[in-house]
Ligand binder design. Structure first.
Ligand SMILES: Cc1cc2nc3c(=O)[nH]c(=O)nc-3n(C[C@H](O)[C@H](O)[C@H](O)COP(=O)(O)O)c2cc1C
Ligand SMILES: Nc1ncnc2c1ncn2[C@@H]1O[C@H](COP(=O)(O)OP(=O)(O)O)[C@@H](O)[C@H]1O
Length: 311
């Protein structure tokens, strides 16, 4: 997949585009149906599939106080979109200047830079100044700009609409099984390993520490069964979300003990998929008691990740 962070004239390089439009935070099963439809339409037209999105949420510019925690970073969105077989990802910053475009100017930009044959989006998508452009305008005016529009219906699970807003709430409440069902993949963190207190190795449980960036959604504190991708390889593991209350404490972070693994991976990127919660975070009376609990956690985590490692 080719990734662009700036607009330019893509029309010569990528003919007959099918473009999926949206923020796609979390790339959940509703987003996946939109993006897959663009991929299918591009294939059937022997053309190019593209996702056109923003690298920052529009509310971060228009109304920062209403900005929701994001289900993932740019790096995560890129990973998940690539996994859907998309040819081109265009992810540009949303700026005040961009927000000034009228819906008609946005459509003109789409024609000039993408010249799409097909535009695919969801029923809640809006575009142009004050979000005045709706799916109805796309359906009505698309042909004048050279494209057909497909609006994918909202995806339901258990009678409820799957949305990024709903998944954010599930993550905050620790409803991991339902969140993963709505996401269509395990809740995922992609981050670089930072330094900790170098205590993990002395306990017999080294833990690669990952920061929880401000603005990014995270599960409640506790111990979790996880799977971890490092350098193209999947491993089982267990993770702690919290601040090590048994010791002096630290800033809230994610710590991952990777099974059957030994290497220095400071500053390297890890992908951590949260599979199931094992227990709440506890303050133990001693390091020995924590170690005893971690040994039990490891056995329970292994029973979970063993069936969930991609080959
Ligand atoms: C699966 C797992 C669960 C953990 N649970 C707790 C806990 O309940 N309470 C706690 O104080 N620390 C817990 N820890 C964190 C350890 O205290 C921490 O990994 C250890 O102190 C090493 O810290 P360091 O990486 O900064 O060296 C847990 C770690 C793991 C891997
Ligand atoms: N099985 C493993 N799981 C996690 N990290 C490991 C493992 N084996 C080696 N490491 C390395 O050890 C570091 C964690 O050791 P630890 O003593 O907890 O240090 P820190 O407190 O700096 O995280 C990781 O960042 C990684 O570089």
């Amino acid at each position: 997949m080719q990734v662009y962070h700036k607009l330019k004239d893509f029309t010569k390089k990528y003919p007959r585009m099918a473009v999926a439009l949206g923020m796609f935070d979390g790339v959940h099963i509703g987003h996946q149906s939109i993006i897959r439809r663009a991929v299918d339409l591009a294939r059937s037209a022997d053309g190019t599939s593209a996702v056109f999105t923003f690298s920052n949420h529009p509310l971060s510019v228009l109304s920062p106080q209403h900005m929701p925690l994001q289900l993932g970073t740019e790096a995560l969105k890129e990973q998940l979109v690539a996994g859907l077989g998309v040819d081109v990802l265009v992810s540009i910053p949303f700026t005040r200047e961009f927000a000034q475009r009228t819906p008609e100017e946005f459509l003109e930009l789409l024609r000039a830079d993408f010249a799409p044959r097909f535009v695919v989006t969801g029923p809640n998508y809006t575009f142009g100044q004050r979000g005045r452009g709706t799916h109805r305008q796309l359906l009505r005016d698309g042909p004048a700009y050279g494209f057909q529009t497909e609006i994918c219906p909202a995806v339901l699970r258990g009678g409820r609409i799957v949305s990024s807003t709903r998944i954010r709430a599930l993550i905050a409440e620790g409803e991991l099984a339902m969140a993963n069902d709505f996401l269509g993949h395990p809740f995922r963190l992609v981050e670089r390993v930072i330094h900790g207190d170098r205590r993990g190795r002395t306990l017999g449980f080294p833990t690669a520490n990952l920061p929880i960036l401000p603005g990014v959604a995270m599960l409640p504190n506790g111990a979790y069964a996880v799977r971890v991708a490092y350098d193209g390889q999947w491993y089982g593991g267990m993770a702690s979300i919290g601040s090590n209350p048994t010791f002096a404490g630290c800033s809230r972070r994610v710590e991952v003990n990777i099974a059957d693994f030994s290497a220095d991976i400071y500053d390297r990127e890890l992908t951590v998929d949260f599979l199931a919660k094992l227990r709440d975070e506890q303050r133990f009376a001693s390091a020995e008691q924590l170690v005893r609990q971690l040994t039990k956690d490891r056995a329970r985590a292994a029973a979970i990740w063993r069936t969930q490692l991609p080959s």
